[in-house]
Ligand binder design. Sequence first.
Ligand SMILES: [Zn+2]
Length: 109
Amino acid sequence: MRSPLHCNCGQRIFSRDVTQQGYHQRRFGPSYVYVRFRCSRCKRLGEHFIRQEDWEEGLLNEEVSEISQNERRRFEAMGKITVAEMADFHFKLEKLTSISPPRNEQSKR
Ligand SMILES: [Zn+2]
């Protein structure tokens, strides 16, 4: 996740604060996405230029809180899924020789 946009005052900028958004293409060098905003806290206007390769849809979205604060903390504490964990999962799947059919399947036999 890219670092979110902030106003000079430190307030985070969301899509609802954006007054204008555009694309600044240059013949040479990187292209930019520009975002003009009015800060929801200090009400000042500001703008950001973000290199196209650094731009990401959702940068201005508010975080969707599908998970609770406790879950978030737990996930953060667990860290990223490591390659070792993925390998472990893979081996466990391979060892899985049979999956019990659902009960209604069994009753037919
Ligand atoms: Zn501000």
